[in-house]
Every structure is written in structure tokens, then in C-alpha cells.
Design a protein around this ligand. Structure first.
Ligand SMILES: [Zn+2]
Length: 100
């Protein structure tokens, strides 16, 4: 039992929630969030008791966290892109001025 904590700390989402991952393969939608989707195999398994509610709640918690991190990563990238554009156009103007 002592090693259980180590395992869940070290392994990723897929390793820790093997049984949920198995069900998620059967979901109707590939990008299923396993929260509200009608054709969600994970939700069905939870309602049937094949996945314990506690495990499911943990999974959703980690899933949402990883989703949030990904979102902020995308937002960051978009901001970088905007900055890149701004920098690029500014450099163009500088060149124009210098060319005169
Ligand atoms: Zn699902």
C-alpha cells in the first residue's frame, strides 16, 4: 500500500486511470470530456457501477486541470504570435523609414 502513492505521483493520467481509459475508447465522440456527452461510455460505466464514483471524480479533476493547463498554453502561444506580428510590422516600418 505504501507504494501506491508513489505510483500515482509518478505515472501520467493514462497509467493511473487504466480502467477509465479503457471505457473512454468506446465513447461516441473522440474528443469526449466524459462529463455531459450522451454517448459517453465512461459515464455509462459510472452509472452501472463499473467505475467507482470516487475514481471518476478524481479522473475528472485531473482531466480538467490538464485541460486548463493546455488552454493557458494555447493562450500563451497566441499572445506570442500577436507579439511576433507586432514586432514584424514594426521592423518593416523601420526599414521603410531607413530606406528613405
Ligand atoms: Zn466519454
Amino acid at each position: 500500500m505504501r507504494e501506491l502513492g508513489v505510483i500515482s505521483n509518478e505515472s501520467g493520467l493514462g497509467d493511473t486511470f487504466n480502467e477509465i481509459d479503457e471505457f473512454s475508447d468506446k465513447c461516441k465522440y473522440k474528443d469526449c470530456t466524459h462529463t455531459v456527452e450522451a454517448g459517453c461510455a465512461v459515464l455509462k460505466a459510472v452509472s452501472r457501477g463499473e467505475i467507482s464514483e470516487e475514481r471518476y471524480n478524481n479522473y475528472i479533476k485531473i482531466y480538467k486541470e490538464s485541460l486548463y493547463n493546455e488552454l493557458s498554453y494555447v493562450e500563451k502561444r497566441q499572445r506570442d504570435k500577436k507579439w511576433g506580428k507586432f514586432f514584424h510590422s514594426t521592423m518593416k516600418d523601420v526599414k521603410k523609414i531607413k530606406g528613405r
